[in-house]
Design a protein around this ligand. Sequence first.
Ligand code: SF4
Ligand code: SF4
Length: 308
Amino acid sequence: MNSKDIYNLFSQDFDLVRIIQTKEYIKVAKSLNKHIPSVDYPTMVVLGFAYPKRIIKHSDTHLIPSFYTFGKDYHLVMKEKIQKICDNLNIAYDYGVDNHPLDERLAAQISGIGFLGKNQLIINKDFGSYMFLAMVLLDTSIEHEIKFQIDDDCGDCRKCIVACPSHALTDQGYIQDKCISHYNQTKKALSKEEIENNYLLFGCDICQLVCPKNINKGKLIHPEFALSGKEMVSIVDLFTLSSKEFTEKYKDMAYLWKGKTILMRNALTLLYNQKNSNYNQYIRASIDKFDMPWYKETAEFILKKLSL
Ligand code: SF4
Ligand code: SF4
C-alpha cells in the first residue's frame, strides 16, 4: 500500500490528512525531550476533522457548554470513521483521538496540519483552530511522506493572552491549572475566583473566539455535528435525573465524559453568576444527597451566597 492510496482512503472521511514516518516524529520528540513510548508502527497518519462555530446563550432554564461539544461526541465520530477505514486495510493499526500516548499536537505540527498558537491550539490555514485531531499508526512502510510546509505563526499577536479571563495564557506560556477549560473539567472544589471566571457548563471558548486566524472559519458543519437540542442542558434535568437517566437522555454528547456531578458543579457557578436563586431547593437537596467533598464544598458556598 503506498502513501497516495492511504491518503485517498482517509481523505474520503477526513478534512485534513497528512502522512509521515513515525521515525521522524520520534526524532523531533527526542530533540524536545518528550517522553516517547515504544512504537512498532512505521507510519503515522495525522487527521483533522472540522467542527463549526455556533454560539448559543444560556437561559434561565438551560445552560450551554463549549460549542465543540455540540452534536455527537467527536471521539465516537472519529473512532467510527478510523475503524471503518482501517478494518478494510488488512494491516495492524493503532489509533488515538485525544488519548494516545504520542503527542497529537506535535504530530500535527511535524506533518504540516498547522502551527501551535499561543492559545495552545493547532491552527490550520483552512479551518483555523476549529478542528479535532486524531492519529493513526499503521504497520506498513511508505516510500514517501505526504506532508505540508507551514508558513504561518502568531507573529506579534497577543489577542488570546489579553482576552484570557483567568490569566492562563501568558507571554511565558500556558498555566494549565488556571485555565477555565481545565478546571471546569476537574473534580475539585472551586475558589471564588474560579467560580466567578467560569461562564460555560463545560469548557471555555474565549481564546478561539478572539483569534484572528479563526475569522471566517468554523462554517463547515458535518452532519454528525448537526444541532440536536442536547447542546442546551436543562437545569432541572441536571438536578433531578439520576446519572443513568441523564446519560440516557443526553447520550453521545462529549460533555458527558466526566460524568454528571461535574456538570452540576459547573451549573452552580453559572447560577451564582446569574444571581439565579430559582433552583436553591435543588441545590439544597443535592448537598444532602451527594457525598463528594469537592461538590459539597462548592455547592454550600454558592447556596449560601444565593440565599442572602
Ligand atoms: S480556554 Fe479559556 S481559560 Fe483556557 S487559555 Fe483559553 S481563554 Fe484562557
Ligand atoms: S489570538 Fe493571536 S496569539 Fe493567540 S493563537 Fe490566535 S494568532 Fe496566536
